[in-house]
Design a binder for this molecule. Structure first.
Ligand SMILES: [Zn+2]
Length: 266
């Protein structure tokens, strides 16, 4: 503690938060090469690191779109690929998808596409990837496609052009993008075109992207599906597992009430 001088004590600093280095000010004067304090500058004291780390995490989480409690709690640790009612083939398929998701989370590259019925576990794996990256302090954007397109349409008006542009650019250029529930969105040609622009941009620039869909490739618009299955960029995996549990799926239309969501956090 003799290596740092005490910053001026802030009037707001409560005695309980006082740290021996900055006395609760939160800032200290850095040292000059001579070893003397540089009173012309201040730097955050090390005691503020946990708080700053928390703020950083909360900013990342806010940006990510992963604030929903259900999604927030979907991790690799609580993904149940050994669940009881599966055939050996189904179990193998889930384990394979789990391993691919974990590898991707450790080092996101190119595209990972999960195709399977509602409740098979694909959203859980996609959210687990996102939560893994967030925990590592990395930027990730999680987007539920039908909701995103609704949002894009509603914000696309002369009065709110700025927020539309920002959202569109954020999604288009996110360092890691998760597009959940792509495929059957009922949408306008305009919104469809926006989605196509995003996918095409990320395809051309090989930006790390995870897609989940419950559609077969025949059911998806050819310009999109041809990219999703392109082996040059995309690892397309079909999850053979059936619906996990009727009440365990995340409804896209309405968010479950908090008490129900809490019960579902396995
Ligand atoms: Zn301090």
């Amino acid at each position: 503690m003799e290596t740092l001088s005490n910053a001026e004590k802030s009037e707001e600093a409560s005695p309980s938060s006082a740290c021996p280095i900055c006395k609760g000010a939160g800032f200290v004067h850095p040292l000059l090469p001579s070893g003397k304090p540089d009173y012309s500058r201040t730097v955050p004291c090390s005691c503020t690191l946990p708080e700053r780390e928390k703020e950083h995490q909360s900013r990342l989480r806010k940006y990510s779109g992963l604030e929903a409690k259900l999604l927030k709690n979907m991790t690799f640790d609580n993904f149940d690929w050994k669940r009881g009612n599966l055939t050996q083939k189904q179990r193998y398929s889930l384990k394979y998808a789990f391993d691919a998701a974990l590898d991707f989370a450790k080092s996101p590259e190119n595209w990972l596409v999960f195709q399977g019925v509602n409740g098979c576990g694909k959203t859980h794996l996609a959210a687990a990837i996102a939560n893994y990256r967030l925990k590592a302090g990395e930027l990730v954007k999680f987007v539920v496609v039908p909701d995103f397109l609704d949002h894009l349409r509603s914000s696309f008006s002369p009065e709110s052009a700025v927020s539309y542009d920002r959202l569109f650019e954020e999604v288009k250029n996110a360092p890691l993008l998760i597009l959940d529930d792509l495929g059957k969105q009922s949408t306008t040609p305009w919104a469809q075109e926006k989605l196509y622009q995003i996918i095409n941009h990320r395809y051309n620039h090989q930006l790390p992207t995870v897609v989940t869909t419950n559609c077969t490739t025949d059911e998806i618009d050819p310009p999109l599906s041809s990219r999703l299955v392109d082996p040059k960029i995309s690892n397309f995996l079909t999850l053979l597992a059936p619906h996990y549990r009727t009440d365990a799926t995340l409804s896209r239309k309405k968010t479950p009430p908090p008490e129900k969501a809490a019960k579902l956090n396995r």
